[in-house]
Design a binder for this molecule. Structure first.
Ligand code: HEC
Ligand code: HEC
Length: 206
């Protein structure tokens, strides 16, 4: 926690790419050197070409470091990622995360136009009947998340991937949200129709 705040003062800029948040201290060049294998699934520019694999370009480094640790310690189980993180040190994780944070996420359109109104309503206002919280309260009106609190950006993320994550939170298979259980509790209130609609809407956010 403390290094997040200490790093606040030093905003890092990368020429030709999006501005990195500057909450995590890492060496983007060293990260790039380690990123060759990652590109096979996440794309060389961090934009995955397969909708079941997440795009990580422009994702917050605070969040990514936590996820890489979660894959390693098993609170988030993903066989494809476990093999990747086993040999990474925490320093490698910081370097890789700072590298991908500085890349530009590719814009996408909504996955299913017919689901926009339900998806948008839920995203912006939550669901009073099931008491689901408005997603925008934490992920922001345009899906940019919040690096200070490790809230991931979800704009332009593949709906197929994001929906699979919501189901994994709902079933308790993904526990990387920690003791607050914030996403496990929210996802458990969503119907399958709402999961498909809201992730379709998020894919179209820019
Ligand atoms: C063989 C394919 C593959 C390779 C290679 C791979 N990943 Fe992944 N990665 C995945 C999949 C699949 C997921 C989603 C896992 C899940 O379902 O929870 C993922 C998830 C992630 C996430 C979490 C994203 C999010 O939005 O929560 C990060 C960060 C990540 N990978 C970084 C890396 C890095 C860094 C490397 C290289 C060291 C790497 N990956 C190599 C397939 C891969
Ligand atoms: C109180 C804050 C909060 C609210 C409200 C919230 N989220 Fe989240 N969300 C988070 C945090 C924090 C994480 C990261 C948790 C972790 O580390 O696993 C997250 C993770 C996610 C992920 C996984 C992203 C990835 O790349 O793997 C998805 C998808 C998601 N949220 C969708 C939603 C949707 C849809 C809603 C509304 C129905 C919502 N969230 C409401 C805080 C919130």
């Amino acid at each position: 926690m403390t290094n997040k705040f200490a790093a606040l003062a030093t905003l890092v800029f990368f020429s030709g790419t999006v501005q990195a948040d500057g909450f995590v201290e890492g060496d983007a060049q060293a990260g790039q050197a380690k990123s060759i294998t990652c590109g096979a699934c996440h794309g060389q520019d961090g934009n995955s070409v397969n909708p079941v694999w997440p795009s990580i370009a422009g994702q917050h480094a605070t969040y990514m470091v936590e996820q890489l640790l979660a894959f390693k310690n098993g609170t988030r189980s993903a066989p494809l990622m476990l093999g990747q993180v086993m040999t990474l040190t925490e320093e490698d994780m910081r370097n890789l995360s700072v590298y991908y944070e500085g890349m530009s996420p590719a814009a996408k359109s909504v996955a299913d136009p017919s689901a926009i109104s339900l998806g948008q309503r839920l995203y912006r206002g939550g669901d009073r009947e099931s008491s689901a919280s408005a997603c925008s309260a934490c992920h922001g009106p345009t899906g940019r998340g919040n690096p200070a609190n490790s809230v991931p950006a979800i704009r332009g993320q593949y709906a197929v991937y994001a929906a699979a994550q919501l189901r994994a939170y709902a079933s308790g298979a993904r526990k990387s949200d920690g003791p607050t259980r914030v996403m496990r509790d929210i996802a458990a209130t969503l119907s399958e129709e709402e999961i498909v609609a809201v992730t379709s809407y998020m894919q179209g956010l820019q």
